[in-house]
Design a binder for this molecule. Structure first.
Ligand SMILES: Nc1ncnc2c1ncn2[C@@H]1O[C@H](COP(=O)(O)OP(=O)(O)O)[C@@H](O)[C@H]1O
Ligand SMILES: N[C@@H](CCOP(=O)(O)O)C(=O)O
Length: 319
């Protein structure tokens, strides 16, 4: 579950009074998600998401995230911008945390996407990339390739090897390969950087929303598709690769943005990089979250298995 900060009914009513959004009817903590506190809020007028930013979201990054969401929403994309209060303010404070009242989007978060859903989601990512072509703000990827070496050292060999014998060396050796072959020459733009199936809301086979932009940053555009590939094409444990999902993602993306041959081969090293990134953040959380904490820790080894898949399969996965 992800409710790190409790919000009292009194504090929430006072918060909502800043907006033209009706009076509080109910507020329920949302169990899904790991990064922030989310409540589903119903008022006499509408339904909203209330997000209190925790852990990895720095308050100074919120204007970038909100600017990006406003930019996409203004172009008609199904993303959830923050609601402005009567003074035009989007980013507020509640219970001592930065907080936003967010537009609620319909649809369900996916756990086991089908190829038809992957096709639609691949297309939605490419449409988002096109819409971000003229988004001028920049945010360095604080979870990007530049910090993976440091993240590995910070986790440390004994800790990494306590998760799985030899894990430290396996990640170190993959990282050497990734750093050597990283396609830094590819176009850079604003990207989502965490478009896992649970961050895509769907109604049937249609995408009804892209959510959770709190890792959004400026990085290699194709890295976004690589993150998506690593998260959509495997079962939760990372044991089985589904080529039909992989093909559908690329096909959907390719209906909007042409994927040249060079881009397809670069996806291989970008996907290995994405595996290192999520393996390391999960390993850090695994080592630093008490086993009895309310939030469910995500298994780093599910990303080791994906990494090994890409290493063994090579670039043929993307042809
Ligand atoms: N704008 C939204 N509209 C509808 N549901 C949402 C919205 N934002 C979040 N949710 C729901 O809340 C859950 C957790 O949100 P998420 O942003 O993924 O949390 P976290 O940032 O903690 O990972 C999502 O899986 C989804 O069910
Ligand atoms: N997608 C990441 C963790 C971030 O969680 P999210 O709920 O914000 O998507 C992972 O699976 O490791």
């Amino acid at each position: 579950m992800a409710v790190y900060t409790q919000v009292s009914a009194e504090a929430l009513s006072a918060f909502l009074a800043r907006y033209d959004c009706g009076d509080l009817v109910s507020a329920k903590g949302i169990a899904e998600g790991v990064e922030n506190t989310n409540y589903l809020v119903d008022t006499t007028q509408d339904r909203f998401i209330l997000t209190l930013y925790e852990k990895r979201v720095a308050a100074e990054d919120l204007p970038f995230f909100m600017g990006l969401l406003d930019h996409l929403a203004a172009k008609g994309l199904a993303v959830p911008p923050a609601i402005k209060d009567r003074q035009g303010v989007e980013i507020q404070e509640l219970e001592g945390r930065p907080a936003c009242l967010i537009k609620f989007l319909p649809g369900v978060s996916l756990s086991h996407p089908t190829p038809a859903q992957a096709l639609a989601a691949g297309r939605a990512m490419a449409e988002m990339h096109v819409a971000l072509d003229d988004f001028a703000q920049v945010r360095i990827n604080t979870m990007g390739i530049g910090i993976w070496g440091e993240s590995l050292s910070r986790c440390g060999r004994p800790n990494m090897d306590s998760i799985h014998p030899g894990l430290f060396d396996r990640v170190a050796s993959a990282l050497t390969e990734v750093e050597r072959d990283w396609p830094a020459y590819l176009p850079v733009s604003a990207i989502h950087a965490d478009l896992f199936p649970d961050n895509v809301l769907m109604r049937g086979d249609e995408v009804s929303g892209l959510i959770d932009f709190y890792f959004a940053c400026t990085d290699i555009r194709l890295y976004d598709l690589a993150v998506m590939h690593t998260s959509w094409c495997f079962d939760t444990e990372g044991r089985n690769y589904d080529p039909a999902i992989g093909a559908a993602l690329l096909e959907g993306y390719g209906t909007v943005i042409d994927l040249a041959g060079g881009d397809r081969s670069a996806l291989h090293i970008l996907s290995m990089g994405a595996c290192v990134r999520f393996l390391l953040s999960r390993a850090w959380d695994w080592l630093n979250t008490p086993a009895d904490a309310l939030v469910t820790r995500k298994d780093p080894l599910a990303y080791l298995r994906r990494l090994e898949f890409y290493q063994q399969a090579g670039a043929t996965t993307f042809q």
